[in-house]
Design a protein around this ligand. Structure first.
Ligand SMILES: C[C@H](O)[C@H](O)[C@H]1CNC2=NC(N)=NC(=O)C2=N1
Length: 95
């Protein structure tokens, strides 16, 4: 089972995850798109990767914005390596 990361470990990981925040035991970021179609395409690409990793994000969409939050339910809702890995994957899908 994945163990929660320390605050120091999370701060270090966030150095290479631009605009991601660590608040309320979650990693979060808002992504902006030109339109709803592009936002939904992004969400669907995330969905396939989440299934591959067997790790699932919280996703909140309003028109052209997508807010993602990551935490590990199986680790008491804390941030683990699984969240760092999925955050990096999501970044690679956005770029
Ligand atoms: C059985 C299955 O592997 C678990 O329920 C997985 C699925 N996806 C998950 N996603 C997230 N975000 N946290 C989890 O603890 C988690 N657990």
């Amino acid at each position: 089972m994945a163990e929660p990361l320390s605050d120091d470990q999370i701060v270090k990981e966030l150095n290479s995850l631009p605009s991601w925040t660590h608040e309320n035991d979650k990693l979060s970021k808002e992504f902006n798109f030109d339109n709803f179609r592009d936002a939904m395409a992004f969400i669907n690409r995330i969905a396939f990767e989440a299934e591959e990793q067997v790790h699932h994000p919280e996703i909140f969409n309003v028109y052209n914005t997508v807010n993602i939050s990551l935490s590990t339910h199986d680790a008491g809702g804390k941030v683990t390596e699984k969240d760092i890995k999925l955050a990096n994957t999501i970044e690679s899908l956005y770029n």
